[in-house]
Design a protein around this ligand. Structure first.
Ligand SMILES: Cc1cc2nc3c(=O)[nH]c(=O)nc-3n(C[C@H](O)[C@H](O)[C@H](O)COP(=O)(O)O)c2cc1C
Length: 216
C-alpha cells in the first residue's frame, strides 16, 4: 500500500472480527514503531503485547470500561522508559519529548496496521496507576497509550477534517494571506470601475498588519 493510501484510509476501528492477528504481523507493527524518530535517538518507547483474555479485560476496565476494546485479538501497550530521557533533557525530556517520541512511534504503528489490512484505535483514556499495577510497570516507566488490534469488522466514514485554510498561516500566527499585494492589486473597489493603486494596497496591508499585531 502506498503511504498516501495508508494516510487517507486509516480510521479508528472499534469493532473487530474474531480472526486472530498473525504473530508475524504483530512483529511488523512493533518494528514500524521502533523506526520512529526520537529526541537524541533515545528510543524511550517500550511495548507490552497482551493476548491473555482475562488480562485484556482488566486493561479494558482500567480504560474507563471501553468494552469495545475486548473484541481486539491483541493489545499493544505503549510505554515510555523515562530514565535516559530525563538524564539527557531533565523536566522537558520527561514531560515533553517522552510523550512526543512515543506519539511518533504510535502513528508509525497505526499506519503499518492499516497497511497490513488490520485496524486499531489510539486509546489514551486510562487510569495509569491501575495499568501499572495490572502490568507490573515500574515507577520510572509511564503509560502512553493502548492499541487494541484486530481485523476490522466496521468501515467507518471519514471523520471531519479541517481544511488547510483553517489550520495554516503564513509567516505569523493568524495571517491567512500569503501575498497581500497579489491579492489586492487587481481588486476593484467600486463596482469594477476603480482599480486600487499599489499605494492603497500598501495602506490596507498596514491596517491589516496593525489589526493582527504584525509588524509592517
Ligand atoms: C491521544 C489520543 C487519545 C485517544 N483516546 C481515545 C480513547 O480513549 N478512546 C477512543 O475510542 N478513541 C480515542 N482516540 C481516537 C480519536 O477519537 C480519533 O482518532 C478521532 O476521533 C479521529 O478519528 P480517526 O482516528 O478515525 O481519524 C484517541 C486519539 C488520540 C490521538
Amino acid at each position: 500500500m502506498e503511504l498516501d493510501k495508508a494516510l487517507s484510509s486509516r480510521r479508528s476501528i472499534r469493532h473487530f472480527s474474531d480472526v486472530p492477528v498473525e504473530w508475524s504481523k504483530i512483529v511488523k507493527i512493533l518494528e514500524a514503531g521502533s523506526l520512529a524518530p526520537s529526541s537524541g535517538n533515545v528510543q524511550n518507547w517500550r511495548f507490552i503485547i497482551v493476548t491473555d483474555k482475562s488480562l485484556k479485560q482488566e486493561i479494558v476496565d482500567a480504560c474507563l470500561e471501553q468494552e469495545w476494546m475486548s473484541e481486539a485479538s491483541v493489545f499493544i501497550v505503549v510505554l515510555s522508559d523515562n530514565v535516559m530521557i530525563e538524564k539527557l533533557y531533565d523536566k522537558r525530556g520527561k514531560e515533553f519529548y517522552a510523550v512526543q517520541n512515543c506519539a511518533a512511534a504510535i502513528e508509525n504503528m497505526l499506519l503499518e496496521i492499516t497497511q497490513l489490512g488490520l485496524g486499531s484505535c489510539w486509546v489514551g483514556a486510562f487510569e495509569e496507576q491501575a495499568l501499572k499495577r495490572i502490568l507490573n510497570i515500574p515507577d520510572f516507566v509511564s503509560v502512553q497509550a493502548i492499541l487494541p488490534i484486530g481485523y476490522p469488522a466496521e468501515n467507518p466514514p471519514e471523520p471531519m477534517h479541517y481544511s488547510l485554510e483553517t489550520t495554516c498561516f503564513f509567516e505569523s500566527y493568524g495571517n491567512k494571506i500569503k501575498d497581500i499585494d497579489a491579492v489586492l492589486w487587481n481588486f476593484n473597489v467600486v463596482g469594477n470601475a476603480v482599480k486600487i493603486t499599489k499605494n492603497l494596497a500598501e495602506r490596507i496591508k498596514k491596517r491589516i498588519n496593525k489589526a493582527t499585531g504584525k509588524k509592517n
